[in-house]
Design a protein around this ligand. Structure first.
Ligand code: NAP
Ligand code: ZN
Ligand code: ZN
Length: 351
């Protein structure tokens, strides 16, 4: 089947229309007509090859891993879906499924490397995977998520990456009542981080470089908002946090946040800036602080997060765009000008 898409053809060129082949559904595959796809900052990093040798980009690259759509066809062995159901796909479309990490439901840490939704090595075609900036996708049902027909589908799409990437570490480090929790950067990930930390019952402090986001930060669930460029405001919070989630897409001073952790507090990085972040040793040694990382979440946990969001009425705050505005959206991401996730209305691809 031919799919319409938008692709980056080089690191420097804007995304442009592209057509690609999707496989005919195999017995365990679900074929999805994509309705909405969120725009993650990772899409921009990857399209522009900013992660270089860590995750080199194969061109043409069709980004997009916050996918919600309607099932159009299923393979003969598919049990969870039928044509007409809503379905979602996040950052992974396969993994080895047998290694110890996969066996624990941590497919994102598959020891043979998961197959990412785009720019991944496609085990079936032998080529590269193409993501959700497209009108269709074919994915094994084991990596396809259920979406309720009662939710706002467009505002649910960003949960597939921004949602799970913030939900999973907060669950892992047991964010909850009685804790002081910081979220750094109010973008796609950060605004979901604020919502989850609040929903889990923590005292939530948002750190932003953008003073104009203070009111939004509070509306989204933060008890306090700190403008991180102001050293006096930062100093008031020294050595006081149990947990901080760093959602910043660009290089910044990580030491400014490490010094806000109390004894045994943890700073978890989910942002993936291009360059290394230097850490001052004494910011970790005293008082026994931890600096950690986390990546998306496993499939079962992603379904758990979607179900939690439906139950607690949590979605992303979105700005819908036609796909023709994707390059403008990337420019705005770089200016921290997003409220708080762009979502592509895939009907625009038919225009
Ligand atoms: P985004 O929507 O562009 O938000 C990033 C936010 O970071 C901005 O809104 C801004 O917030 C802050 N920021 C930007 N430049 C900054 C700078 N120079 N100094 C300090 N703060 C700055 O990006 P996103 O989609 O949320 O993604 C964030 C990062 O997470 C990206 O690097 C992305 O690749 C990565 N990511 C990782 C995973 C994972 O599994 N670990 C998953 C998805 C994405 P303020 O205006 O509030 O300061
Ligand atoms: Zn993402
Ligand atoms: Zn595995």
């Amino acid at each position: 089947m031919t799919a319409k898409a938008y692709a980056a053809h080089t690191a420097e060129s804007p995304l442009a229309p592209y057509s690609l082949k999707r496989r005919e559904p195999l017995p365990s595959d679900v074929q999805i007509d994509i309705l909405y796809c969120g725009v993650c900052h990772s899409d921009l990093h990857q399209a522009r090859n900013e992660w270089k040798e860590a995750v080199p980009t194969v061109y043409p690259c069709v980004p997009g891993h916050e996918i919600v759509g309607r099932v159009s066809k299923v393979g003969k062995d598919v049990k969870k879906f039928k044509a007409g159901d809503y379905a979602a796909v996040g950052c992974m479309v396969d993994s080895c499924r047998t290694c110890p990490n996969c066996a624990r439901g941590l497919e994102q840490f598959c020891q043979s490397f998961p197959t990412f939704t785009y720019n991944g090595a496609d085990k079936i075609s032998g080529g590269v995977t193409y993501g959700g900036y497209s009108d269709s996708i074919v994915v094994d049902e084991a990596f396809t998520l259920k979406v309720s027909d009662k939710v706002n589908l467009a505002a649910t799409a960003p949960l597939l990456c921004a949602g799970i990437t913030t939900y999973s570490p907060m669950r892992h480090w047991k964010v909850g009542p009685g804790q002081k929790v910081g979220v750094v950067g109010l973008g796609g990930l950060g605004h979901m981080g604020v919502k989850f930390a609040r929903a889990f019952g923590a005292h939530v402090v948002l750190f932003t470089t953008s003073p104009e986001k203070i009111e939004d930060g509070k509306r989204l669930g933060a008890h306090e908002v700190v403008v991180s460029k102001n050293p006096d405001e930062m100093a008031k919070h020294a050595t006081s946090f149990d947990f901080i989630l760093d959602c910043v897409s660009a290089n910044h001073d990580i030491n400014a946040y490490l010094s806000l952790l109390k004894l045994d507090g943890t700073l978890t990085l989910v942002g993936a800036p291009e360059k290394p972040l230097p850490v001052a040793a004494f910011n970790l040694l005293l008082p026994r602080r931890q600096f950690a990382g986390s990546a998306i979440g496993g499939i079962a946990e992603t379904q758990e997060m979607l179900d939690f969001c439906e139950k607690h009425n949590i979605t992303s705050d979105i700005e819908m765009i036609p796909i023709q505005k994707i390059n403008e959206a990337y420019d705005r991401l770089l200016k921290s000008d997003v409220k708080y996730r762009f979502v592509i209305d895939m009907a625009s691809l038919k225009a």
